[in-house]
Design a protein around this ligand. Sequence first.
Ligand code: AMP
Ligand code: MG
Length: 344
Amino acid sequence: MDGLPEQIAIAVQRLRAGELVAFPTETVYGLGADALSDAAVKRVFEVKGRPAHNPLIVHVSGEAMARRVAADWPEDARKLAARFWPGPLSIVVPKAQSVPAIVTGSGPNVAVRCPSHPLTLALLEAFGGPLVGPSANVSGLVSPTAAEHVREAFDERDVMVLDGGPCTGGIESTVVSVVGGRARVLRSGLIDAAVIGEVLGREVECADSGVISTTPTAATPAEAPGQMSSHYAPKAKAVMVDAGDVESVIGRATGECVVITHTKEEDAPTPLPPHSGRVGKTHVIRMPVDARGYARRLYAALREADAMHPELIVIVTPPDESKNPVWRAVRDRVKRATAGSAGE
Ligand code: AMP
Ligand code: MG
């Protein structure tokens, strides 16, 4: 196995040749390609099976690189980048001409983010230019939070994987638009609208509002692809159920069920086993009770559940966001994971 500097050198060569390199970030693994190469970005859409109207986040090594892909870098963007980068915040600004239309779903704006992972920052520096980085999964399915998740999804010949260990955040970045002097959160994440508002010194609108929006069409490109109703979905049928209803829901199933729950053992909806494990046809995955811990574990738990090929995955409704804003992002992802059949 080559050392990391060698891995980065190989990755840079492959990116320069228009190939794809998956990279670790603090949120999820990204599927990297040269953001300024039309052909390389096209390859990302092909390999992921991603609809063309779904724009990609452009990853940069810092504000200087961000300005290269932006036609305008408003004061709001400057403040947010200074406070949150490197970190899980994608900032939507007017795009520069050099950014191919395919990156933004033909829209006038581009989402940029500087990820907080030493390996990927080193990659961006060595490559010397911006990289698109949608989550490194087949479109519509669960995002990868470990290198092996990426290897399971794609052939090594199509996608080189830089292994940076498990992701510490676990869910995708907050996306905030500062276009036209408005500040709007388009996708919730670990960085909350209230904290963004504090930095900007004014209230921030929440366009995601926790409400499942309609699936966008090619004619109306998504403001944020993560807003699509069915996203982050396991392959098995999955439902979100209040703790008190779990027993009746699994009672109606004829086959095996996996229950994903954050409830404490003593509050466990009967007849669940007290620890992660199986009782009869029910397998329980116990989640961390804190919002950040839950977020970090969510996608791996969905994968484990899927690997058991159950008739049904039952996710106990996560706590209300009033307890902690990270729960808002968690609930958003669970709603989308349970919103219907997989795929976009
Ligand atoms: P994913 O690549 O799976 O993390 O999803 C991409 C996310 O990037 C979406 O949920 C959007 O919120 C966001 N995004 C990317 N490009 C744009 C853009 N030009 N305008 C608004 N949001 C964008
Ligand atoms: Mg994704």
